[in-house]
Design a protein around this ligand. Structure first.
Ligand code: MLT
Length: 404
């Protein structure tokens, strides 16, 4: 008889954003008269940049010709895109990354989830709390998280990120093997400076640990002392894998394109993780479509850079509107300066889901309850800056009058 992977049965409830989406649609059905404004999942609203669309059209036309047709592409991505990534995202910042250290994929979410395949089950995994749920759930699916007891997975090492610590995790006080870090952070919108990241590299080196560094939101960084890449820190190539995405940087949430960097210097017992990840991708993945990779390449063109940076500026202005409105309404807010997320403390000791329900029922604005990101997220909600400016302003007016 076939047996299921019963680690799946240990997972509590549904995936966070599916639960939020279900609640929002149940509310819409029950209150068709009410306008719903979504500030929950971090999904962009601005259309793709004209330079990206032009490149995509051209690639589609090429695909209709015998000479320009592309079937299976390289599993690691086409060199035209990998070389552009190396040039613009790394060389321009003085970081030496080779083309074959870049693996183009269909999303940072999939890569963050799949990367666990190349690690043994008996690694001790450290996660921030609150945390992007994919890191936790995928380790639970792999049987690496233990059992869900109370609010915690018994075998994960939680690193609470609290207001008193500027939402920075503390270096583990016990030995861990794999450490997930995400800066600018999802969900708190807070970040770490170069100086603050140095001890993590030292810890990883001293303990033979690997850092899984999610920098999907680096395009939103506005402050100079915040690194765009973990490889800006000396020695990081020996201990870290980095995840990047075109989703939030260039509006590719529906188009799907991302990449993961696995440096050759990163070895465990002499084995390069680069060759394991290459083997993984060749076996389980057939590459991102040519048309999409051409679109992603256009992000790095002069027009593409100008246009995508304008979109980032637009979302950061929304973030400012949210920060200012919620502060004016008397809430304590964090994030939103180097990130598209705003982390707001619920008033009067309210719990996350309670505040989520109150906002939804009284204003029609959908947020994400902080508790869904982990026990230390309790008492917070997360709002995203990815709405239109018009809806952001409207939502903030509604929340302000609700809190009056
Ligand atoms: C989020 O809202 O946290 C993100 O959009 C989720 C994701 O990128 O998968």
């Amino acid at each position: 008889m076939a047996k299921i992977n019963d680690n799946y049965l240990k997972l509590p409830g549904a995936y966070l954003f599916s639960t939020v989406a279900r609640k929002a649609s149940e509310f819409t059905e029950a209150h068709p008269e009410m306008e719903i404004i979504k500030m929950s999942i971090g999904d962009v609203t601005k259309p793709l940049a004209p330079a990206v669309i032009e490149a995509m059209h051209k690639a589609v036309d090429e695909m209709g010709t015998a000479e320009g047709f592309h079937g299976y592409g390289p599993e690691q991505g086409y060199d035209f895109l990998r070389n552009s990534i190396v040039e613009h995202d790394y060389k321009s910042r003085g970081i030496d990354i080779a083309t074959d250290e870049i693996f183009v994929s269909d999303g940072a979410k999939s890569d963050c989830g799949n990367i666990g395949d190349i690690f043994s089950q008996d690694n001790k995994v450290a996660v921030c709390d609150p945390v992007y749920p994919v890191y936790v759930d995928t380790n639970a699916m792999a049987g690496r998280a233990g059992d869900f007891v109370g609010e915690h997975w018994s075998n994960l090492y939680y690193m609470p990120c609290l207001a008193e610590n500027d939402f920075l995790p503390r270096i583990p006080t016990e030995k861990v093997d794999i450490i997930y870090l995400c800066f600018p952070n999802n969900p708190t919108g807070m970040t770490a400076t170069r100086e603050q990241l140095k001890p993590w590299i030292e810890y990883a080196k001293a303990n033979g640990a690997v850092i899984l560094y999610d920098s999907a939101y680096e395009a939103f960084i506005t402050e100079d002392d915040v690194p765009h890449s973990i490889y800006e820190i000396d020695g990081a190539k020996e201990v870290a894998i980095e995840f990047r995405s075109f989703s939030k940087t260039a509006g590719f949430t529906g188009t799907r394109c991302a990449y993961t960097v696995v440096p050759h210097d990163l070895k465990i017992d002499g084995t390069e993780l680069n060759s394991l990840w290459n083997r993984h991708q060749c076996t389980k993945f057939n590459g991102v479509p040519y048309v999409i990779q051409k679109a992603a390449e256009a992000v790095y063109s002069e027009d593409g850079q100008k246009q995508t940076k304008e979109a980032i500026k637009y979302y950061l202005e929304n973030a400012k509107i949210i920060r200012e409105a919620l502060t004016e309404a008397g809430l304590t807010v964090y994030g939103g300066v180097n990130a598209p997320y705003i982390w707001a403390k619920a008033p009067n000791g309210m719990k996350s889901w309670e505040f989520f329900d109150k906002i939804l029922e009284e204003t029609g604005v959908v947020t994400t309850p902080g508790a869904g990101f982990g026990p230390s997220g309790e008492g917070y909600v997360r709002l995203t800056a990815f709405s239109t400016k018009e809806n952001t302003v409207k939502a903030m007016e509604k929340i302000k009058s609700m809190l009056k």
